[in-house]
Design a binder for this molecule. Structure first.
Ligand code: SAM
Length: 260
């Protein structure tokens, strides 16, 4: 079976490293990891890992074990390729631990997050834009159950999830993504969108309400569920304070934190 990210492939990497909403998501995730005391020594699982952007952040942060899972074989191929190219140094040309060569290997796996095998247990799972690809409520609930089953008691899930209800009122195109249409069908509306790379890349996802996500987390056995607004990176001459203030008024995403 071919999945949409098998086709999007490397174009997604272009969006990830240039889009403002992705910069805000990374800033938000790193802030949340800091508040948890960092990942050093933790067993970590990155779901919907794509080409491994966040997976490498976990490994560089000193995680004891890092596993990246994605349903797209092409994205996992790209993740492994990036890992090979960056081995020993990170994107800034320095080693994440201070000395070259001591970064733990990342294990990558092609699997559906709605039916994960027993991979853990893990202390921490991240899921940056996973749940919006659940095609129906059964899959959404199965994803949360799969994550919960792979976490230790007290383990955390940090998920970046889209905010519902923006289309057609809000224009996210200055931030790297444009919603073109919203089709009410099935268990959650289908959103048709473009990543605003050159040329734009079409993709589609489901608009789950935050209440649907919370309900699935509770049903899966998570004991606490919290929400935080997206944080934005420091202003610079290109993306100044006014730009980020406008973004925070209607951001693309929120951070959902669940405790197993
Ligand atoms: C927007 S990309 C995000 C990738 C990565 N988290 C990041 O932030 O760079 C969404 C990813 O979710 C993956 N995905 C979609 N449905 C999935 C599922 N059921 N199980 C695992 N991965 C899935 C896609 O293949 C794609 O790589």
């Amino acid at each position: 079976m071919r999945y949409q990210y098998d086709t999007i492939g490397e174009r997604f990497a272009e969006s990830k490293t240039t889009a403002a909403f992705s910069a805000a998501d990374t800033h938000t995730l790193l802030g949340a990891l800091d508040e948890l005391g960092g990942v050093r020594g933790l067993d970590t699982l990155d779901l919907a890992c794509g080409y491994g952007y966040n997976t490498r952040l976990l490994a560089r942060g000193g995680a004891r074990r890092t596993v990246g899972v994605d349903i797209s074989a092409e994205m996992i191929r790209l993740a492994r390729e990036h890992q090979t190219h960056e081995h020993g140094t990170d994107e800034h040309g320095t080693d994440g631990h201070g000395t070259a060569g001591d970064r733990p290997d990342i294990e990558y796996l092609v699997a559906d997050a709605a039916g994960l095998p027993d991979l853990g247990p893990f202390d921490l799972a991240t899921a940056v834009y996973l749940f919006n690809y659940a095609p129906d409520r059964t899959s959404l609930h199965a994803m949360f159950r799969s994550v919960r089953a792979n976490l230790r008691a007290g383990g955390k899930l940090l998920a970046i999830v889209p905010n519902a209800g923006a289309f057609p009122r809000v224009d996210w195109s200055p931030y790297g993504v444009r919603i073109l249409d919203r089709l009410p069908e099935g268990d959650a509306p289908l959103l048709k969108a473009h990543f605003l790379t050159e040329p734009p890349v079409p993709f589609e996802f489901r608009e789950w309400a935050h209440a649907d996500l919370a309900e699935a987390a509770v049903e899966a056995g998570f004991t606490t569920i919290g929400w935080q607004p997206t944080r934005t990176p420091p202003a610079d001459p290109v993306r100044d304070e006014a730009y980020w203030t406008a973004y925070r008024a209607w951001p693309v995403s929120s951070l959902m934190t669940c405790t197993a």
